[in-house]
Design a protein around this ligand. Structure first.
Ligand SMILES: C[S@@+](CC[C@H](N)C(=O)[O-])C[C@H]1O[C@@H](n2cnc3c(N)ncnc32)[C@H](O)[C@@H]1O
Length: 231
């Protein structure tokens, strides 16, 4: 009888352990990324995705958002030094460099994504950090703050805007993409209204996230690019 109880407990433990292992093996793709809930979930998923992200996501999905955000930042008079928030593998910096804008620093919660970006040599400094947590007082101040694909479902909400404003120089130019569904669901509109005394020249651009080669269920996904300056 005792042996039976022991064997059952052992079987329960093995079953539970396998379940946890499976839960941690999220297949990296866009739908898995949208299903994330916490900064720790993001760290786990992007650690697995980093090496393959440029190929299996950016190239295969015909991902145009980094180039669109960089184009609007440049056309809106954006200059360096720039901080790229949720820089990932460095697609925004590659686009910014084509406009002659720099230096560019990278911030991301995923050290693995930053490692891929570092190998491209497009950033001055790379910072592994969770943007939902305030910066240390000694953090650099920036004339430009840019972000593509980070303010989106399962990732970062409007609370991070206060942290970004705290490290922006007066007159700093912002270009931040916010997924259109996330904009509604997370109340970005009322957050920007509440920031009225701290920002000026606020504009919203509506852009396609993916190009014509994308035939997936996400092909028509839209992003809003919030363009504004710090007072
Ligand atoms: C969809 S990727 C976008 C990467 C890059 N900007 C691009 O457009 O290809 C989202 C990035 O946000 C980062 N991220 C998610 N949550 C974060 C957080 N709380 N703080 C900082 N970075 C975060 C992820 O690690 C990931 O690199």
């Amino acid at each position: 009888m005792l042996l039976q109880v022991y064997i059952q407990k052992l079987l329960d433990f093995v079953a539970q352990d396998c379940w946890i292992t499976d839960m941690n093996k999220t297949t990296p793709n866009l739908d898995a990324a949208y299903g994330l809930k916490t900064p720790e979930d993001n760290q786990r998923l992007y650690a697995q995705w980093a090496e393959d992200y440029d190929h299996s996501f950016a190239d295969e999905m015909d991902y145009q958002l980094p180039q669109e955000v960089a184009r609007l930042f440049a056309h809106n008079g954006g200059t360096g030094p720039v901080l790229d928030i949720g820089a990932g593998t460095g697609l925004v910096a590659e686009a910014l460099i084509s406009y002659g804008i720099g230096p560019i620093d990278a911030l991301d919660i995923s050290q693995e994504m930053l490692n891929v970006a570092a190998a491209k040599g497009v950033y001055r400094n790379l910072m592994a950090k969770d943007i939902t947590v305030p910066f240390e007082p000694e953090t650099h101040r920036y004339a430009g703050l840019i972000s593509s694909g980070t303010f989106t479902t399962g990732h970062v909400g409007p609370e991070a805007l206060d942290h970004l404003l705290a490290i922006a120089l007066p007159g700093a130019c912002f270009a931040l993409s916010i997924n259109a569904l996330h904009w509604k669901a997370q109340g970005f509109e009322s957050k920007f209204t509440a920031l009225e005394g701290q920002i000026c020249n606020f504009k919203l651009a509506d852009v396609a996230i993916y190009g014509a080669r994308n035939t997936s269920s996400h092909k028509d996904d839209r992003g809003r690019i919030a363009l504004f300056e710090k007072l």
